[in-house]
Write a protein of this length. Structure first.
Length: 737
């Protein structure tokens, strides 16, 4: 097989592998990126010990090979070590190419609900941050990935609705810190049954463009823990994790709404160098140890996961809990996740040990069992070619440098050309940043005071309610207590109003801030930056407000529940009272019957009836018959007549007479008693059993005064209900005013 064939073979294998990754059969792609020698390294005339071949093989030349022959530990190392990866990139690879080859394919899965993770691994100064974040002119994987994500979202927006939320955190010395929050506190990890691993209380910002996310990253990166080490002037001492949560909702839903979630994690790991290598002591050394601990744990997890894949044995233990980093990335590494690791190395001879460690680490993650031996043969051929090319380029480079310095009159522009403009911009930026932070700090302070007052108001309201609820409390004591509570409430309400007004004023002033930002005429990137500072602060105050409202509505619903319980008790009480009254009514009805039966004269009937019917004045009811003349309603006694019923069948011709009936005098009461005679059956008769009697007197017979029990009952019930209502009103007044 010639070189061309085996290259084609390589590419074919790689494409197949990426296809398998896309289909979920594999879960990790490992790439190596070797950066160019930096200025310092060139100045020190350091030479390169790394060669990259065919975008796949890394050859590492051991500079200490000869001297190590006496070292027992290093004796078996080869002079040239070869490693094969899915991709290996040399210093000529552009930011866009590296993105397109390693990460672009992940995005199709992300908008389908699959998790994806991209790591940058490597020693300090090897180029991790450059690969992940890049520079404004040459953005790295994070920004390009987000661009593609928003592009795909736009392409799919007619089928799905997407929400993108971003959080940015760092893990420093095994502590998690929110990089998008002003508050400097450690956050906890929690395992949520539906959402997987979550960082409790982290700021999540909904973003709609890459620019917004990059501006947030800029803010976050400023908060990141950095220190100068010997190897890197601005060495990141923490692992930085940018997590992008994507919520995918189908626009046309069936009866059951389906929402997919995916998490895209982009991780810029802390330098993997050994603590000894950077001459670090004390705290720096502890940092180094912690960094190494979590990276080791990450390596163990990756190895366990690849073994699960290899052996098809899902029972193998994955030590996620060994570090915060692996706990956080648990569902990004395992399950439905596709992981890309970009291991960064420096070609310099001085970093040989770090490079060797990095390549071994990456190799553990991706132990490609392809025909390495055959490749090595070809590698050696290539190696010679590459060495020659590099030699040529070096010479060319030196020549150009000499030409440049020989040229008279050409002064390279100073690096800080245009510094006046930059200085003004920076000053404005700093000034605006301070103003924004001061403003939002004030908002936060007012918000907190307002919430404190609100909390006290709720507390007092609760106390009032409690005092009212306890029936055993002495009424006067309760009244005194409530009066003093009310006094407090009044002053608190006043305070609350003052704070609310101040808060409203501050919110109005946000517009002034925005105008100030506009008037500062900042460059586009500075403007983006300051707007993200503004947005971050705004989101923070708003999220505190939302958190408070949620807490308050929780409290309110608890309070409402208490009130409902109390009212339910009241209803029970009322039902009990009504039942009691119903029984009394029943009893009263029976009693009435008995009383009516025992009434001795019409006067008594009238009095009793009046007692029970005092408010019914205009109704004339004859039971089962026609109404009695209602013209006789002047005196209470006459009124009684209108309510007395006579059976129409008994006295068909006497209706008129009855209607003209005048209440009997004392004189004829006797005769009524003696000569009572009616043909009324028992059910209609008030008290007479006799069917004989004088027709003359029958008008005066008590039998004619049949009481309307239904009416009585209705009236009684009406009265009792009125009394109950009055009672309930009194109760309400007592408890709620
Ligand atoms: N591929 C590259 N091309 C050009 N310059 C690079 C490249 N990679 C890294 N650099 C430069 O090397 C320096 C160190 O890189 P970087 O800060 O990315 O390292 P790092 O691995 O993130 O280090 P640390 O772990 O200490 O944060 C930077 O000045 C960066 O611009």
């Amino acid at each position: 097989m010639n070189n061309k064939d085996y290259l084609n073979d390589f590419n074919l294998q790689r494409n197949n592998y990426i296809d398998q990754l896309k289909n979920g059969q594999n879960n990790i792609l490992v790439a190596i990126r070797c950066r160019p020698l930096n200025q310092r390294e060139i100045e020190k005339s350091e030479y390169e010990v790394v060669r990259i071949l065919d975008e796949r093989v890394v050859v590492l030349i051991d500079p200490y090979y000869e001297s190590n022959q006496n070292d027992v530990l290093r004796k078996n190392r080869n002079k040239e070590m070869q490693f094969a990866f899915d991709y290996a990139f040399d210093e000529t690879i552009s930011q866009v190419e590296i993105y397109e080859k390693t990460s672009n394919f992940l995005l199709d899965g992300v908008i389908e609900g699959f998790n994806a993770t991209v790591f940058a691994y490597g020693a300090t100064g090897a180029g991790k941050t450059y690969t992940m974040v890049g520079s404004p002119d040459n953005p790295g994987i994070m920004s390009r990935t987000m661009n593609q994500l928003y592009y795909l979202i736009q392409q799919n927006s007619n089928q799905n609705h997407f929400v993108v939320r971003v959080s940015y955190l760092e893990i420093y010395n095994e502590n998690i810190k929110d990089l998008l929050s002003i508050e400097d506190k450690n956050l906890d990890l929690r395992e949520d049954p539906s959402q997987g691993v979550v960082v409790a209380g982290i700021t999540e910002i909904e973003c709609s463009s890459t620019q917004e996310i990059m501006a947030l990253l800029k803010v976050g990166n400023r908060n990141r823990t950095k220190e100068a080490t010997e190897a890197n002037e601005a060495s990141s001492r923490s692992h930085a994790v940018l997590q992008v949560q994507v919520e995918i909702k189908q626009l046309e839903q069936g009866p059951q709404e389906e929402v997919k979630y995916s998490k895209l994690s982009m991780v810029d790991l802390a330098g993997s160098e050994r603590a000894a290598n950077t001459s670090n002591r004390g705290l720096r050394m502890i940092e180094g140890a912690k960094i190494n601990q979590s990276l080791l744990c990450l390596g163990n997890c990756i190895q366990a996961l690849s073994q699960i894949q290899e052996k098809k044995n899902s029972n193998l233990f994955v030590p996620y809990r060994g570090s915060k980093l692996t706990r956080l990335l648990k569902d990004s590494l395992g399950g439905n996740c596709r992981t890309v690791m970009i291991a960064n190395v420096s070609p310099s001879v001085l970093t040989f040990e770090d490079t060797y460690n990095t390549l071994n680490y990456a190799n553990r993650a991706k132990n490609i069992k392809t025909n390495v031996v055959r490749n090595i043969l070809n590698v050696e051929n290539h190696l010679n070619n590459y060495a020659q090319i590099i030699q040529n380029l070096r010479q060319e480079n030196e020549q150009l440098k000499r030409q440049l310095s020989d040229k008279q009159g050409i002064n390279l522009p100073p690096i800080n050309q245009g510094s006046d403009y930059e200085q003004i911009q920076n000053e404005s930026l700093n000034k605006l940043e301070k103003i924004i932070q001061k403003h939002f700090q004030l908002e936060l302070d007012i918000q907190k005071s307002q919430q404190d007052v609100d909390f006290q108001i709720d507390k007092i309201n609760g106390l009032i309610f409690q005092s009212l609820q306890d029936p055993s409390n002495d009424k006067d004591i309760v009244k005194d207590k409530i009066d003093s509570f009310k006094q407090n409430l009044k002053s608190l309400m006043q305070q609350k109003e003052d704070y609310t007004n101040k808060y409203i004023n501050l919110i109005d002033k946000r517009n002034d801030l925005l105008t100030q930002i506009k008037q500062a005429n900042l460059s586009l990137s500075n403007n983006n930056y300051i707007m993200s500072v503004y947005k971050q602060a705004q989101v923070q105050t708003e999220s505190i407000e939302i958190q408070y409202r949620e807490k308050k509505s929780d409290n309110q619903s608890k309070h409402k529940e208490q009130q409902v319980q109390f009212l339910q008790q009241q209803i029970k009480l009322r039902d009990g009272v009504i039942n009691d009254w119903k029984n009394i009514i029943q009893e009263g009805k029976l009693k009435n019957k008995i009383i009516y039966k025992n009434l001795k004269n019409v006067e008594d009937v009238a009095d009793f009836a009046r007692l029970n019917h005092s408010t019914i004045t205009n109704q004339s009811i004859i039971q089962n018959g026609s109404p009695v003349n209602t013209s006789l309603q002047h005196s209470p006694k006459r009124r009684v007549q209108s309510q007395i019923s006579v059976h129409p069948k008994m006295y068909p011709n006497q209706q008129q007479k009855i209607s003209q009936y005048h209440l009997p005098t004392r004189k004829n009461q006797l005769s009524l008693q003696q000569g009572s005679d009616t043909n009324l059956p028992d059910s209609y008769s008030a008290h007479s059993k006799s069917s004989k009697g004088n027709r003359q007197n029958q008008n005066y017979s008590p039998a004619n005064f049949q009481p309307n029990y239904n009416l009585l009952k209705a009236r009684q019930q009406q009265l009792y209900l009125q009394r109950n209502q009055k009672f309930l009103k009194q109760q309400e007044k007592k408890y709620f005013n």
